[in-house]
Design a protein around this ligand. Sequence first.
Ligand code: NAP
Ligand code: HSE
Length: 432
Amino acid sequence: MSRDAVINVGLMGLGVVGGGVASALLREPSLVAARAGCPVRLRKVLVRDVSRPRDVELPPGVLTADAEDILGDPEIDILVEVMGGSDPAADYFRRAILSGKHVVTANKEVMAKEGAELMALARANRVSLLFEASVGGGIPIVGCLMNELAANGVSSIRTIINGTTNYILTRMAHQRTAFADALAEAQGLGYAEADPTNDVEGIDAAYKLTVLATLAYGCRFRPEDVFRQGISGLEPQDFRYAQEFGYSIKSLAIADTGGGGVQLRVYPALVPSENMLANVNGVYNAVEVDGDLCGRVLFHGMGAGRGPTTSAVLGDLAETARLVRDNAAPGGLRELSDGLGVRSIDELQTRYYIRLIVADRAGVLAQIAKALGDCDISIASVLQKDADVETQSAEIVIMTHPARESSVQRALLDIGGLPPVRRVGNMIRIEE
Ligand code: NAP
Ligand code: HSE
């Protein structure tokens, strides 16, 4: 391509992220152009409904509801996809790649479900597929795992990787905000997915962990490989008791090696208050990579929202545009293997917080202690809380010593069946 050529972009999606990308390209074209080394022009923008009012004003003729206006346009060099969901995005990517277009995306779902095939297709067609914005918003973690940290054997990745849940948990813990109100705030701020169940139930974090683990271990992992538990089962008293024991509740996404495989897990966990992850609040995310050469490397930054995500998309766009301008070969896409197995959550060995609602009478604790002992689970401390005179019930909170997940699940079934136990309030894993 000649040095004074213009690079044309087809943008799919004009919501929270797409609006930020379009506005930056229209209002400050020199920002991306300076890094790309040539002008980058927004040629078409795809939405579902062209009649909806938009917070960014596009030049006439740019907005379309027909994907063919982008996929079938040979003048478009780069497809920037910020619609979300794997269907139809994956098909659009395939068509774009096969026709020689480069792709930039913020879509963790499509990269988690079909990233391995799409990366192979891009490699075979010598086009670039970049997805920095798909994980961690403005945190540059994807590129680092593909490039700067690629020489490391990674033993673990410990993360807070969903801005919406971290925002909700922070509001619930610090301001005692109700779950539904905190979620509504996160939606208003543009953090949540189109279907916020994806955030709240850990689905979005599982997609992101799949992407990170695939890059870190050079193996193909799938979202189904991730053990997943959301935050909707947490109750206000869990936050109070956690605080009394010196812990914060955080939704963690963790990949670690051991026993010949990788264990991938997303769940709310008790984290000691002085731990770095316990102090990542609001929409902030954190990613800690433990590599054999680099040691522990920590990334911290805003994990969702228009600004941080636009930053990541534009960075990828500038890099791709430079590549198009220079007619250069894309880099960074490592071939994946099927090498490492996935370790079951049953093998997890950690400490546990168990909250039970029981009949407030003599001998109950002894029965519970026996059920735990029978499953080889040792108690570290017990608190009896909030006796309710009317229902003659009490809340018991037990912190265990390290135990095996499968034993704890068995013990909870046994305990749930004891006559004085009215309900297992919650079980939360502890990550020291
Ligand atoms: P959003 O606000 O819901 O916007 C989605 C946009 O895509 C809308 O403009 C919508 O069109 C368009 N769209 C959706 N499906 C379409 C289809 N089938 N055909 C044509 N247009 C379609 O979503 P967002 O928050 O910007 O997120 C977009 C992507 O970025 C997702 O993959 C998300 O996971 C990812 N992401 C988001 C954030 C964040 O903080 N929001 C951060 C990182 C990554 P209409 O406007 O006509 O409905
Ligand atoms: N819904 C996602 C989150 C957007 O809250 O983290 C960023 O990927």
